[in-house]
Design a protein around this ligand. Sequence first.
Ligand code: AMP
Ligand code: ZN
Length: 489
Amino acid sequence: MILPNHLHLYNSLSRQKEKFTALHAPFVGMYVCGPTVYNYVHLGNCRTFVNFDLIRRYLLHLGYQVRFVRNITDAGHLENDADHGEDKIAQKARLEKLEPMEIVQKYTLHFHDMMRTLNVLAPSIEPTATGHIVEQIQMTQDLIDKGFAYVVNGSVYFDVKKYHASYDYGVLSGRNIEELQEGSRQLEGQEEKRDALDFALWKKASPRHIMHWASPWSEGFPGWHLECSAMSTKYLGDTFDIHGGGLDLKFPHHECEIAQCLAHSGQSQAKFWLHANLLTVNGYKMSKSLGNTLSVEDILEGNTDLLHRAYTASVLRFFMLCTHYRSVMDFSSTALDMAEKNFQKLQDTYEALLDIAPTESSSQNVQELVAQCYQALDDDLNTPLFVARLLEIVKFVNVIKQGKGGISEKDLLFLQEKFKAFTRDILGLVWQEKAQNSKADEFIDLLLDIRQDAKANKNFALSDIIRQTLVEKGVIIQDGKEKSTWKWA
Ligand code: AMP
Ligand code: ZN
């Protein structure tokens, strides 16, 4: 059952917030451009994937059945995101003296590790470009047949001018084709193209290009933009609900995806286009080429000059979600500290809600507190406001804990359920060990009290058994005159 909702999402295509309705409710088809696996993913990449995980989780919470497709780019992405030059994976393979597929395997495994660490749900389908060469060849052939692509010397290019005569190249990015044309020059190695704006669907491999496949036009490889069009069509159909990616992919990657799909099927590829904004460091985009990247591991180990200590993965995830997905987020240790404090408050409140006893009636309107949380999420996933609303629940629970307020049994059950959904299911937070330890701590304290009594009653057999059992579990006991203290080994 789909919960009643007023979810509005900012659609990059219309440049405004639109009410979300699924094309085929309760199903939602969602495609997010995945990583090019030639490097360890950095925090910037991770921010984008965490944000789309949030959107997916919210849709799941609302009751939709989401088919979430996120690809792996393992071929066709050339250096400088260009139409010529070396394949990023092959280039890395040469540098690391490995096979291209060893590079792909190495960085895909690392990417998966990082996604698990950040509690990002695994995609429903994770197609690779190399696993879909046939589909890409078929789409290219179809575009040639329909007159939207042409062959030159074994390479195939998309004819942007031809496309623009019937459709609108620039519809997503807002770029004007005439200006684009003026601004573009015929770059070296691109002489084959009829027009500088045209982009490759298939490239004939040069003798030193080691990743190539047979096709009707040449031994070659697919263009970078083509894989996402071919794979999204295969798994989600000609038109699906949501297409996402980082803001830097809007042009040319997404603009070209839209053109390929529309020329191919005559249908819009996706109803909603969502773009996650960038993570910056001191105002600069976090990127390999600028050399300012930080990894998830750097944060978990506190291994960077930008931090004075380490943070847990769940705090890191929460930190990323405290900024709205469409806002630029600048990395800072102050923001991480703040996120950690609020994370702790949420965890304490979650635990307190399971502990507090209901009273006759509620001293605050619980329905309203919860409704405000939903309103924030429904407003294009406004997470900063959502977190502020959660902190209002924290305040309310603190008032109850201090005995200055109360909550009825019905409201308590409702709030327990909603607070869990908000924090665990939607934000995807994993409470820290301390929570489990603190429960264990209480039992250890209790056992030591029993042991104290046993000693006082000269029941040394029992006191020894308790000591032995605790020591075996990794507890170090220090017997004092009055009382025993303990710590973990
Ligand atoms: P790539 O592997 O370079 O294709 O990037 C994978 C994803 O990470 C894409 O959706 C990019 O838009 C995104 N991305 C790259 N750099 C950043 C950044 N600094 N902040 C946020 N997202 C980024
Ligand atoms: Zn893509």
